[in-house]
Design a protein around this ligand. Structure first.
Ligand SMILES: *Cc1c(COP(=O)(O)O)cnc(C)c1O
Length: 373
């Protein structure tokens, strides 16, 4: 009965939403299987296995003194630090409660019923969620080799399309589109559609790219008034629990985003910690190096086990295991949490976040045992 009432009172486009499936929290698995939380390893949410940077912890503790007050609604200090880092004026930056918030804000600012967004099959789930929440139509373009097919995405842009989402690297597949192809796509979209279609280039895993693959996406923002580049402090900067991300876009677009943003969307602790983390080059380098070695460790294990995997440019690897539901359950029984991705149209795959070397090893040992049984 309750369900019926809810479906009567909520708009149909809201009732139709399949909610986000987060990685299982350690405490939840401990309760379900009667395990000691200290023995559980979580490789399910692309979190940084190094833990938060010590520099950020110090900044956060100092900022705790001012928690009776609202956060700075304009994030003056954090925007100033980001502006300096990326070489743009502060009014080109939007702060988000995680970059997830940036994606939602973009959808809120640009989509409504009667419009559409374009994104790739197996791309980050939030693109669908943010689109559906606006009552807009989503156009999902078939993936090519588990990644973005930019030609097909360009062709899929319809008269009512207002937003195109690109995850680069993509989650959960770990694929990457080189800078030259992104630039060519932006040129085509802008030439054909002008400012009517905004492109969100979601670079949540940018800091994990090998140096020779990195490209200057902020230079593209200077070139294209219809581009939003989004980044996060949740992954390589190790601050997932604080929720802070940001967007870089030209002022007209940034002003639009700012109109629909919650006034205090990034809290005081998050602002302080992000400023410290941004300055902590050593932590970022350690994150990159640990991740590169861990990806190698996982890939070699998958090779030994003759498992197919998608070469990853992020901090996780998508691996083909066949009966993913069963393997996932067996891993859970052994205290190892990874991410099933059936909801992303990949029912035979698991996504494994790169952990510390010993965590990767525990996962590999458990998987080896399960496959041998
Ligand atoms: C993790 C992730 C994000 C957002 O993470 P936040 O914690 O909200 O900053 C955005 N895009 C992709 C592709 C991601 O994987």
């Amino acid at each position: 009965m309750t369900t019926a009432i809810k479906s009567l009172t909520a708009p149909a486009h809201v009732s139709a939403i399949a909610p986000y499936q987060a990685g299982k929290p350690i405490e939840e698995l401990a309760r379900e299987f009667g395990l000691d939380p200290a023995t559980i390893i979580k490789l399910a949410s692309n979190e940084n296995p190094l833990g938060m940077p010590a520099s950020a912890r110090e900044a956060l503790v100092a900022a705790a003194n001012s928690l009776a007050r609202y956060p700075d609604p304009n994030g003056f200090d954090l925007k100033a630090a980001l502006a300096k880092r990326y070489g743009v004026p502060p009014n080109w930056i939007t702060l988000g409660n995680g970059s997830n918030d940036i994606l939602e804000i973009a959808a809120l600012a640009l989509l409504e019923s009667g419009t559409s967004s374009v994104y790739a099959q197996h791309a980050f789930t939030v693109y669908r969620l943010a689109t559906q929440a606006r009552g807009a139509r989503h156009i999902q373009v078939p993936a090519r080799d588990y990644g973005h097919d930019l030609d097909a995405m360009f062709a899929a842009i319809a008269d009512d399309t207002r937003l195109v989402f690109i995850a680069n690297p993509n989650n959960p597949t770990g694929t990457f589109v080189p800078g030259a192809e992104i630039a060519a796509f932006l040129e085509r979209v802008h030439a054909a559609h002008g400012d009517r279609v905004t492109v969100v280039l979601d670079e949540a895993y940018n800091e994990y790219l090998d140096p020779e693959l990195r490209f200057d996406s902020v230079a593209l923002v200077r070139q294209y008034p219809n581009l939003i580049v989004s980044r996060t402090f949740s992954k390589a900067y190790g601050l997932a629990g604080l929720r802070v991300g940001f967007a870089v876009a030209q002022p007209v677009l940034t002003d639009l985003l700012n109109r629909v943003r919650q006034p205090f969307n990034v809290n005081t602790l998050a602002q302080a910690a992000a400023i410290a983390a941004l300055a902590d080059k050593d932590y970022l380098e350690r994150s990159y190096a640990l991740n590169k070695a861990g990806k190698q460790q996982l890939s070699e294990a998958f090779d030994r086990l003759s498992l197919r995997y998608v070469p990853s440019y992020g901090n996780f690897v998508l691996v083909h295991v066949g009966d993913a539901a069963r393997i996932n359950l067996e891993l859970l029984k052994r205290g190892v949490i990874v991410r099933p991705v059936a909801g992303d149209g990949l029912p035979e795959w698991l996504r494994v976040t790169v952990g510390l070397p010993e965590e990767n090893q525990r996962f590999i040992a458990a998987l080896t045992e399960i496959l041998a049984a």
